[in-house]
Write a protein that binds this ligand. Structure first.
Ligand SMILES: C[S@@+](CC[C@H](N)C(=O)[O-])C[C@H]1O[C@@H](n2cnc3c(N)ncnc32)[C@H](O)[C@@H]1O
Length: 257
């Protein structure tokens, strides 16, 4: 499909103002308190990774959170299984925000960690701040140009990125493929998506999104991965912002080579 066939209101990934992303405003708006929908997502991710690594005990592995932005909970979900976690992020602002959190993340993240601690592998980490500081590296870069050395990860997460980086369904599919391409064959992942997002404001900037539902998420993963869990979450507390209808979570494994 030619990009131009998607319509003339296309805003591609390269067109959006990533380097002026207001990380603090995004974090305040979305993650200053733990919402019920994020809690439900964390419950499923925690149980999925815990079950996976119980039956596949090879670890530690390396992990990646693609498009980490100003959200630490996907990286938290990787902590028990990884000796090295890369937070890969295109926006210079978000990379700087993340680097600032690595030595000592803010107290407001403690409730997110507590949800993970319902499983014993997370409870076993007595000092999550020290473990985070020790394990996490922030790397600025474009997921469409992921370096070869980052392409064999043992576990990965990508939250609210593939559908939230342009209005192009072709780029959505490309971003999902690039994320799965960062994983070793058989490696587990968790990926979350905003459902039917029409774009989002961060501070004074409008960022693009493309509208996807469970069918599009499933179709984007199908050529590369086996999905074990596909869940849609409604909006029990109402939307965190205008312009979307729910959240979708997919957990699964990259297909063998
Ligand atoms: C809606 S935010 C999601 C942030 C975070 N993962 C979360 O769960 O809230 C989208 C993120 O994707 C990042 N991003 C956009 N295009 C990217 C690209 N080509 N490569 C890597 N990250 C990208 C943005 O900078 C931003 O941090």
């Amino acid at each position: 499909m030619d990009l131009t066939s998607e319509g003339d209101t296309l805003c591609l990934n390269r067109d959006a103002p990533w380097d002026s992303f207001d990380s603090q405003s995004y974090m305040q708006h979305n993650y200053s308190a733990l919402r019920t929908d994020d809690e439900e997502i964390i419950n499923v991710v925690r149980d999925y990774f815990s079950d996976h690594f119980r039956t596949n005990p090879e670890r530690p592995v390396s992990g990646i959170d693609v498009g980490a932005g100003a959200n630490l909970y996907p990286a938290f979900s990787l902590l028990p299984w990884c000796d090295q976690i890369t937070l890969y992020e295109r926006s210079a602002q978000n990379a700087a925000w993340l680097r600032n959190q690595v030595p000592r993340y803010d107290d407001s993240w403690a409730p997110f960690w507590q949800v993970l601690c319902k499983e014993e592998e997370y409870q076993d980490i007595t000092d999550p701040r020290a473990r985070f500081k020790h394990s996490v590296t922030v790397e600025e870069g474009d997921l469409f140009r992921l370096p070869e050395r980052l392409r064999n990860q043992g576990v990965g997460t990508m939250f609210f990125v593939a559908e939230s980086l342009s209005t192009s369904h072709r780029e959505f599919e490309g971003a999902v493929a690039a994320f799965i391409g960062s994983l070793a064959p058989g490696a587990p992942f968790a990926a979350a998506f905003m459902e039917n997002s029409g774009g989002y404001w961060v501070g004074d900037d409008l960022f693009p999104a493309c509208e996807v539902g469970s069918a599009e998420v499933e179709a984007s993963l199908d050529p590369h991965a086996t999905v074990k869990t596909l869940r849609r979450f409604g909006l029990p507390e109402g939307p965190v912002r205008e312009g979307y209808t729910g959240m979708i979570l997919a957990c699964g494994r990259r297909d063998p080579a």
